[in-house]
Design a binder for this molecule. Structure first.
Ligand code: ATP
Ligand code: MG
Length: 397
């Protein structure tokens, strides 16, 4: 075991969030350590997104110590403790029993810190930071791997990936996100372990995380290089990598997904959407976004352009326009969208107004409303009385 003294001020953010949990467990005589992504990201100087603690206390003991707890997976020994300003996940040291169907362990048994790290996926995710002794403990060679920027499975790569095949997809994501090279035996196992049997939900979650990450183009490359496109989606084979590099770092997931699928034909996209557990809103907006990131779709009249810029998905298109040097009109579209969003036009006349003017309810009324709206967006109508004149003329009154 490698053990190093570490100067971390646990009373400061982000660690301070977990201070009440660390104090409570320690006062009750339990061992409690930080584990997983927060330790890894701290060592890499990356922002820490969430805090995970591991302890020798059982979930029942954790629940008895803290007033506000949510049990998320008692069978896996995980309790979420709600603290002022957020939440902290507390996992009981455990060892996983035999895995069934490459997805989940049949059960878990409580264990020690040394045994707990053995069940973790990659060495960089298996480091332990002890806030009481102010020590970093490494039982699996993770520190050397972090220093060498190397992704390595804890234990026998093939056996560990076969146990839980989601680790294959997690491995690709971590390698891309952290910019790590993949250790040869780990790479061989990533290539060879079949990822059958994973639910579409778990696969889709990896997809979403992969394209949401600023290192998305590296992720797409790795997916294709390691032959995992067939698991995630064959559509990734046609992803346009240079355009992914131009996306802003904080690009929302939906926009990034649309950029990734830019070269996908509408029929292939529709077929793919049927297979994925995607929200209704994304299902509605993706085809529109995939289509409208191509300049040719904007060669239209002023009214049509404005109508498009008022479409529900238009806001998600904007991140795709910011760095488009190859599309001179993109900056204008962006400015026009900003203006329209700030001064969102409303139709001057409603159906009720037309009826009051003497238009009979029916299809003609709808047609007149649409024509009025088009004329308004084209700038031909700019006030109520002109709208009324237009309506009277259109209705032949
Ligand atoms: P992120 O920054 O994406 O949250 P993370 O490392 O914190 O990265 P989590 O999914 O939050 O990842 O999981 C926390 C820790 O639990 C991991 O660091 C790893 O040690 C362990 N872990 C999570 N999923 C698995 C898995 N499928 N197999 C083995 N260990 C896992
Ligand atoms: Mg995490």
């Amino acid at each position: 075991m490698r053990c190093e003294a570490l100067q971390v001020d646990f009373s400061q953010p982000p660690w301070a969030l977990a201070a009440p949990v660390v104090a409570g467990l320690t006062a009750a005589g339990h061992v409690v350590v930080f584990v997983g992504g927060c330790v890894r990201d701290h060592l890499l100087g990356r922002p820490i997104t969430d805090l995970d603690l591991a302890t020798d206390a059982s979930p029942d003991q954790v629940e008895a110590l803290f007033e506000r707890c949510v049990t998320v997976g008692k069978q896996f020994g995980v309790t979420v403790v709600l603290v002022p300003g957020g939440e902290v996940e507390v996992a009981t040291f455990r060892s996983d029993e035999a895995y069934i169907d490459g997805r989940r362990p049949t059960g878990v048994v409580t264990a020690t810190e040394e045994v707990d790290v053995e069940r973790r996926d990659f060495t960089c995710n298996a480091l332990v930071l002890d806030p009481v002794r102010k020590q970093l403990r490494d039982h699996v060679g993770g520190l050397a791997d972090i220093e060498a920027k190397c992704l390595r499975v804890v234990g026998d790569p093939k056996a560990r990936l076969e146990e839980d095949r989601l680790r294959v997809l997690r491995g690709l994501r971590f390698a891309a996100h952290l910019g790590f090279t993949i250790e040869p035996a780990t790479e061989q196992a990533l290539r060879s372990v079949a990822t059958t049997g994973l639910s579409r939900e778990r696969i889709w979650e990896e997809w979403r995380k992969g394209v949401s990450d600023p290192c998305r183009s590296r992720w797409v490359c790795l997916v294709n290089e390691l032959g995992l496109g067939s698991v995630l989606s064959p559509l990734l084979a046609t992803a346009d990598l240079p355009s992914l590099d131009h996306l802003p770092a904080d690009c929302p997931s939906l926009s990034a997904l649309a950029a990734t699928l830019a070269a996908t034909e509408p029929e292939a996209l529709a077929a793919w959407l049927k297979t994925e557990p995607i929200s209704r809103e994304w299902r509605r907006d993706l085809p529109w976004l995939v289509c409208h990131q191509h300049p040719a779709t904007w060669d239209s009249s002023l009214a049509e352009r404005r109508a498009k810029l008022l479409a529900p998905a238009a806001a998600s298109l904007m991140p795709l326009l910011v760095n488009r040097e190859d599309w001179p009109q993109a900056a204008n579209l962006h400015a026009e969208f900003t203006h329209l969003s700030a001064h969102r036009p409303q139709p001057y006349l409603t159906g009720a107004d037309l009826i009051a003017l003497g238009v009979a309810p029916g299809p003609q009324l709808g047609e007149i409303l649409a024509a009025l709206w088009k004329a308004q967006l084209a700038g031909e109508i700019s006030d109520f009385s002109t709208a009324k004149e237009h309506a009277v003329a259109l209705a032949g009154l």
